[in-house]
Design a protein around this ligand. Structure first.
Ligand SMILES: [Zn+2]
Length: 432
């Protein structure tokens, strides 16, 4: 059914075979995109065929690589109508397995890793990607090797432990974790024992999993697209994936720029004022971001000082006539509580940042109240209890076991300042 033909570099356009594990373009480090024979898919499969399919992201397997899926039921999350703003939808990714949107990308990446016979999957991560990798590796019978800062949010550390992942706690930030993975890559065991690095955008299939969010937005809105999509952007894989999905759906004839209602949405990046490299680059009219120094925000998923795919994110903002908006941690905390109270959605702080951005874009006239806008809640607030509630953080610190699963020896949590906004979160993803 799948018609994956090759991988294509998003920088130089070079083609690479898709029948073996690939990382990034060897020539220029460009991110590789999976390409399909969309004309053949168009002849054999239509969007009408989807109705009878299982409510997971694998319902779109016609446009995913052909492999036996490692699935825990990810995707096809609810598109909830806001109680506060009648033309706003909240795409609730917190209902995915492992409580975040990371399930989609890791389901696809682990599927392909197993397909290629890889055995040991390494990830430098400080948050939800680690938990998702640990879960899917467990389901696939593969080893997950997670390199996390010692002071990660508790939920991520505990879930990785329970999923049986090999967790190495590192003194430092995720850049230091990435160095550990880089050291491993230089070792003999890396090749001999079929290791693979599933860092974000460093392999082609996490984007494929994330692109299903774009297919779902269209399908759940009756093959229409909203006027805007607001997306909390750390690494930005979902933004890349959704835009790729729109390209594919146009080629498949599922949406059309000529059909009223299915024009491309304005893509909106929201970041924290404590780490806003894309907002800065966008404001300065640049085509790539600069490394953000001293990144600090309680929204750990947004602590990405220089996303690897920045050149693609900024290009999408330009092409879609979008925008990049930042939110302070106080605004994010306030929005998290507001969403919980008014919508009944206990969101991840990153997701609630979308509400802050929406309010700002409404106030500036960028969006009108009648515009349909989709806000992405990327995860469940339940994974951030020690971030959102100082009392929980205190309890967890005092009750913390003196021994952790694997890797480095344990030590007390570094942070002694337990006010939510002051808690230090090691959540930087890339660049490495
Ligand atoms: Zn290239």
């Amino acid at each position: 059914m799948s018609r994956l033909t090759h991988l294509e570099c998003t920088r130089c356009g070079e083609h690479y075979p898709a029948d073996r594990p690939q990382t990034v373009c060897p020539k220029d480090g460009g991110i590789l995109y999976a390409r399909y024979d969309l004309a053949a898919i168009k002849r054999s499969f239509s969007s009408a065929n989807l109705a009878a399919r299982a409510p997971t992201m694998w319902r779109y397997d016609a446009v995913l690589p052909e492999a036996d899926p490692v699935s825990l039921g990810e995707g096809f999350t609810p598109m909830l109508t806001s109680r506060e703003y009648p033309n706003v939808y909240i795409k609730d990714e917190g209902l995915n397995p492992t409580g975040s949107f990371k399930a989609r990308g890791l389901s696809a990446a682990v599927t392909m890793a197993r397909h290629f016979g890889l055995k040991k999957l390494a990830i430098p991560s400080a948050g939800n990607a680690a938990g998702a990798l640990a879960a899917y590796a467990a389901a696939a019978g593969l080893e997950a090797h997670i390199f996390m800062p010692r002071d990660v949010p508790m939920a991520n550390r505990i879930e990785c432990d329970y999923y049986g992942a090999h967790v190495t706690l590192v003194d430092g930030l995720i850049s230091d974790c990435a160095k550990k993975v880089a050291e491993l890559k230089d070792s003999e065991v890396w090749k001999n024992d079929a290791w693979f690095d599933v860092s974000t955008t460093k392999e082609p299939y996490r984007v494929e999993g994330k692109k299903t969010m774009g297919y779902e937005v269209a399908e759940q809105l009756g093959w229409n697209l909203p006027r805007g999509i607001i997306y909390p952007t750390g690494g930005g894989v979902g933004l890349l994936g959704m835009w790729k999905a729109f390209d594919e759906m146009e080629a498949l004839g599922w949406i059309s720029p000529e059909k009223p209602g299915s024009e491309r949405p304005k893509m909106i990046v929201v970041q924290s004022t404590g780490c806003a490299p894309i907002v800065k680059a966008w404001d300065e009219g640049k085509s790539a971001s600069e490394m953000w120094t001293k990144a600090a925000t309680l929204a750990s998923g947004l602590r990405v000082p220089k996303p690897y795919g920045d050149y693609l994110i900024l290009d999408i903002l330009k092409k879609s006539h979008g925008a990049a908006v930042s939110a302070t941690d106080d605004e994010i905390l306030d929005a998290t509580r507001h969403w919980a109270k008014t919508e009944g959605i206990f969101a991840a702080p990153e997701g609630a940042a979308c509400l802050v951005a929406y309010r700002k874009l409404l106030a500036s006239g960028f969006f009108k109240p009648e515009d349909t806008v989709v806000l992405f809640n990327t995860g469940s607030g339940l994974k951030y209890l020690d971030v959102l509630d100082a009392g929980v953080a205190r309890t967890l610190v005092s009750a913390r076991p003196t021994h952790v699963a694997a890797g480095d020896s344990s030590a007390p949590v570094a942070s002694q300042k337990l006010q939510p906004a002051a808690r230090h979160i090691g959540g930087i993803i890339g660049p490495y």
